[in-house]
Design a protein around this ligand. Structure first.
Ligand code: G6P
Length: 610
């Protein structure tokens, strides 16, 4: 999704802006641009459709330098990804802005501005903001006052960075709904949509709150809240090193992140287990009072995080004995609800800034849930700050758009939640001990699953010329199959669908032929014999099967079956372990196809618009 960088310094900021944009590339975008106030305090702008490297090339032929500037990567919503629609947008050579979010009342504002004589250069919703600031600057000439007046007229979500040649030396930043962070340097200040952009220049950050407006100069910083009061926001030190988002020896971030899973899971378990039990206090000081009163769980999330929720439903109902519902946030937020008393509202999100998930949480607060809990990978995110209880996944920075280690650490967090709530219901001491033992073994089980990579790389060749793939699973492996299909379509652009294997004969069987590979996840469990019958149905129609199964499942390669041996693991952690070979399969198919693995077309890492 869109990314913002800005800098006010005593040195040329263009290299800082470009490096910041590069570090935001992982969010997903389709054009980039920057504007600086040059030595004569004139605005100079360069924009390019495509990658940040295109912008760098454009800067080589048209260098721009200055000590105050703003920059942006745009993920198109209103208007195609062209040079003209790229940010910054400028009004009459006087005011420049970058914007993340969506202005919902842009049509009404545009009508008024057209009547006032403003000319529009783009098809974006953003352009109305720059004209409005320009208009509000007439008279006072004060950029801060003009931004304050403007945001009061905006409906929708925004993070904004604004500069003006009529009030130079200053960046005004404002946020509502979209995240924005201020980097505090030595005698210089920066803004960005997330800390990664600024790690090469500072480790000190201030996270703006919703409604805040910041008045930023090289050597001073003032922050005003929604009501215009001057406020102090704490400076926080990031533990992330500037190279924490480096690819290391891996060809792609995604591959690095797949291989980081054993470590990420070890980190996520750290301090959450004691001997043979799960520490309830890991969820926060109020956890005991809340968990001991629960009657039901409602999970809401998007994308891969939603698939984690689907696995958790199985755990909650089979292990914990707690009724559990799961819904995608974009649906949940726009319908009526009947809330059972004593229901815990759980959100799952890697970024903690996904617009629909955040909106669902805010909606839930008015619906009578017992409490809210966020499972999240971003400690400073809005989702974490607005929830009663939190459990951080400690996956570390995830740069590949296709989520991998964030997903498996979410599953670990959800299993901890299952135990911590389940002990007040069906889960007995022995059950808890068994889960804890399986969790402690999990990093080693994942290492064993990663060792399948060479075989999977070979397998990938069977998929590269296919247009469609079917994924099958049953019980908690059905969401794993869904996640496998999502990964494949996200990064290799092969159409992939997942079905609960029992549903095969109710439709998708009609699609099965030699050109449709069928992937099945088949650990030894109560449902595996039923799954094997479903696989026979595929085989009888000439379908080619690729089955991930352990030694306990009596299946052998040959006659239309290719069986990949996954290590035998406790049933409860099998969904986590079986996820890994499917991630590797998608990765290697995408590499063979030559797609942009880490930044697949049209997708964004952090979806901060609805
Ligand atoms: C985007 C990402 C997915 C992610 C989803 C939810 O679509 O590309 O990888 O699963 O958003 O994001 P969240 O940060 O809330 O987990």
């Amino acid at each position: 999704m869109c990314g913002i960088v800005g800098a006010a310094a005593e040195r040329d900021v263009t290299p800082i802006l470009i490096e910041g944009l590069r570090r935001l590339e992982y969010r997903g975008y389709d054009s980039a641009g920057l504007a600086v106030l040059n030595g004569q305090n004139n605005l100079e702008r360069v924009r390019a459709a495509g990658k940040v490297s295109k912008l760098s090339e454009a800067l080589e032929s048209t260098p721009v330098n200055g000590r105050v500037g703003i920059a942006h990567t745009r993920w198109a919503t209103h208007g195609a990804p062209t040079d003209r629609n790229a940010h910054p947008h400028i009004c009459r050579d006087e005011v420049a802005i970058v914007h993340n979010g969506i202005i919902e009342n842009f049509e009404a504002l545009r009508e008024t501005q057209l009547a006032q004589g403003y000319e529009f250069q783009s098809e974006t919703d953003t352009e109305v903001v720059v004209h409005q600031i320009h208009r509000n600057m007439q008279g006072s000439g004060d950029l801060l006052a003009a931004v304050r007046a403007t945001v009061a007229e905006l409906e929708g979500a925004y993070a904004l960075g604004i500069v003006s040649c009529n009030d130079p030396g200053r960046i005004i930043a404002a946020r509502r709904g979209s995240p924005l962070v201020i980097g505090v340097g030595i005698g210089e200040h920066f803004i960005a949509s997330d800390v990664f952009a600024l790690l090469p220049v500072t480790q000190q950050f201030i996270f703006l709150e919703d409604g805040d407006i910041a008045d930023i100069r090289r050597d001073s910083l003032r922050i005003y809240d929604l009501d215009g009061n001057l406020v102090e926001r704490p400076i926080q030190r990031s533990e992330l090193a500037a190279d924490s988002a480096d690819r290391g020896r891996y060809r792609h971030y995604m591959l690095k992140e797949i291989h980081e899973q054993p470590r990420a899971i070890t980190d996520t378990l750290e301090g959450r287990l004691l001997d043979d039990h799960v520490l309830e206090a890991a969820f926060g000081p109020k956890a005991h009072d809340i968990f001991s009163q629960l009657a039901r769980i409602q999970i809401v999330a998007c994308g891969t995080s939603y698939h984690a929720g689907m696995v958790a439903k199985h755990w909650m109902e089979t292990l914990a004995g707690l009724p559990c519902d799961v819904e995608v946030a974009s649906e949940f937020r726009y319908r009526s609800h009947v809330v059972t008393p004593g229901t815990l509202f759980v959100t799952i999100s890697q970024s903690g800034e996904t617009a629909d998930t955040l909106a669902a949480l805010r909606e839930a607060k008015n619906l009578g849930y017992a409490a809210t809990l966020a499972i999240c990978n971003a400690p400073e995110s809005s989702l974490v700050r607005e929830s009663d209880l939190t459990l951080m996944t400690r996956a570390g920075p995830e740069i590949g758009v296709a989520s991998t280690k964030a997903f498996t650490t979410q599953l670990v967090a959800l299993l901890l939640l299952t135990v911590a709530t389940g002990r007040y219901h069906r889960l007995d001491k022995a059950g808890e001990t068994a889960v804890v033992e399986a969790l402690r073994r999990l990093p080693r089980s994942l290492e064993a699953a990663l060792a399948l990579e060479a075989d999977i790389e070979r397998l990938a060749e069977q998929f590269v010329d296919k247009n469609h793939t079917l994924f099958l699973g049953r019980g908690p492996q059905y969401p794993v199959a869904k996640e496998g299909a999502l990964k494949l379509k996200e990064i290799s652009y092969i159409h992939a669908e997942a079905y609960p294997a029992g549903e095969l004969k109710h439709g998708p069987l009609a699609l099965v032929d030699t050109e449709m590979p069928v992937v099945a996840v088949a650990p030894k469990d109560d449902l595996v014999e039923k799954l094997k019958s479903n696989l026979q149905e595929v085989r009888a129609r000439g379908g080619v099967l690729y089955v991930f199964a352990d030694a306990g499942v009596n299946l052998k390669s040959g006659d239309g079956y290719e069986v990949l041996r996954v290590p035998e693991v406790a049933e409860v952690i099998a969904p986590i372990v079986y996820t890994v070979p499917l991630q590797l399969l998608s990765y290697h198919v995408a590499v063979l196809k030559g797609t942009d693995v880490d930044q697949p077309r049209n997708l964004a890492k952090s979806v901060t618009v609805e």
